[in-house]
Design a protein around this ligand. Structure first.
Ligand code: HPA
Length: 275
């Protein structure tokens, strides 16, 4: 068996030993400062990443590093509280490893979240942006021998973000009076934030928000045939003209994400109930 696939199955087997005969259907990835969203989950079992075979302990600020298994709106879910980033110096395989473990556990729908910088000048700090598409500036996580156990060599990305889930989320946001934007997320490798020239470039090529995560996980989830819904908190406005040198500060990102986390929790809870 492919060594990579074997390691994924070993991690999934270990988790199954801990959670018993219980199968998560929906996976959640909670990004920078969005840990509060986990309050919507009735946790049955929490497993630190460090205890799971082949998981790497995460290093990013605001990322706890726990896998939570429980129920949300009555549905079996698993939550990644803290994620891996390419900028941590990990391989794309390590960054996306937990997504394949979720697939091996039976997850069919993935809700991903992150904090990002707003490029679109109609956005304000703290806005939620439904990700309708992405642009990748990172290496593709599917490079290398194809893992046939999970999916095909060449995968369609014309609907990476599930249209039906987007419509459902927009309907819920409308009903719950939660303001949402809908836009394109560009993944910048980081860890340095964008220069104003890079931000203008991203805006020009059609991006509305820029961040340092999510895209690798989404590509791998699609490879596994998992339906994806993504949402981004606009935690700061990108600096397009050198006008505000302090707009890309790490703490500010975490504060704005925290303020938006309550709205995201409401949206996720209703979305999970409606799925
Ligand atoms: N750029 C990149 N990643 C980010 C930003 C940003 O402005 N804000 C939060 N994550």
């Amino acid at each position: 068996m492919d060594k990579r696939v074997k390691q994924i199955y070993e991690a999934a087997d270990y988790i199954r030993e801990r959670i018993g005969d219980w199968k998560p259907e929906i996976g959640l990835v909670l990004g920078s400062g969005l840990g509060k969203v986990a309050a919507a989950v009735e946790a049955e079992t929490t497993i630190p990443y460090a205890e799971i075979p082949h998981f790497v302990p995460p290093t990013a600020p605001g990322h706890a590093g726990n896998f939570i298994f429980g129920t949300c709106s009555g549905k079996p879910v698993c939550v990644m509280l803290g994620r891996y980033h390419y900028y941590e110096g990990l391989t794309m395989e390590q960054v996306t490893f937990p997504i394949r473990v979720m697939a091996a556990l039976g997850v069919r729908i993935l809700l991903v979240s992150n904090a990002s910088g707003g490029l679109n000048r109609n956005y304000t700090m703290g806005d939620l942006m439904i990700i309708r598409d992405h642009i990748s500036r990172m290496p593709n996580p599917l490079i290398g021998p194809n893992m046939d156990a999970f999916g095909e060599r060449f995968i369609d990305m014309t609907e990476a973000y599930d249209q039906a889930l987007i419509q459902l989320a927009e309907h819920i946001a409308d009903r719950e009076a939660i303001k949402v934007q809908k836009g394109v997320y560009v993944a910048n490798p980081g860890p340095s934030f964008e220069t104003p020239a890079e931000s203008r470039f991203y805006l020009t090529i059609g991006a509305d928000a820029v961040g340092m995560s999510t895209v690798p996980e989404v590509i791998v989830a699609r490879h596994c045939g998992i339906r994806v819904f993504g949402i981004s908190v606009i935690s700061n406005l990108s600096n397009l003209e050198n006008e505000n040198p302090v707009s890309n500060v790490g703490d500010e990102v975490l504060l704005a994400a925290d303020a938006a986390a309550d709205r995201m929790r409401i949206l996720f809870t209703h979305l999970i109930a409606a799925i």
